[in-house]
Design a protein. Sequence first.
Length: 305
Amino acid sequence: MANVQIVEVGPRDGLQNESVLFTTSQKLEFLGRVIDAGARRVEAASFVNPKLVPQMADAEAVAAGLPRRAGVTFIGLVLNKRGALRALEAGMDELGAVCAASDGFALRNQGMTSDASLAMCCEVVRLARGQAHPAQITISTAFGCPFDGEVDPSRVVEMARLAAASGPVEIAIADTIGVASPGEVSALVERVAAAIRPLPVRVHFHNTRNTGLANVWAALHAGAQIVDASLGGIGGCPFAPRATGNVPTEDVAYMLERSGYRTGLDLDSLIASARWLAGVMGRDVPGMLSRAGVFPKQSAGPAIA
Ligand code: ZN
């Protein structure tokens, strides 16, 4: 039975793209809940310009209040060296550096070219390692760019190969705007995995076009070992106004557990927390397991009896 590690990104990618502003204490409750449900790697905050991303303006306060447990790693997302220094200073365990495969996205999201964003990521990894912290690199817009359109898969493979040389703990390929199909995912994950072996591949999917779970499945069968997901499937994309968020943690965990994978996550806890999240946000979350309930029926049961 294979293990799959799910990285919980709801407290960062989920909240960052939501219009509802969570208080610091609500964020800390969110973090505590996903850890109680079994999450062992959690993206807790991004250290970015608070003028551009007001949802993450309290990153230092979140870092100071992290619900520390043995074996739990908190990741701080960064888009430049300045953010990396902030995240390390704030005491984050691991840095997640982001580059983009397309110039259009890199320039708008990070104010630098794709090449410069990759160089920055490698510098961030070396900086973290110099302070004995692990770091990883995510290649965003790996399947398509909202500004430049199609992205050449060979460009992503080459970036992954160069990124791997800096010594990260893993490389992620991200479908930032949720355009990927399972066939494309299989092909790209296989190529990236071969290019960076023995480093593991992590995947990051948005369910914008309802291909998210199929893409997770395709990625795992093509050699990915780690999957990003956000509780409730919250989030979105600032460049796709009606888009849904990341693949929902509880739906991914249900699919994988029923298929014989081990995720280390407790479905009942995830469901309870997805409903808590819906309550805080004042609307349904996109994830479906918290509405339908697990099968076979366990204690949480369906939302409507
Ligand atoms: Zn994302």
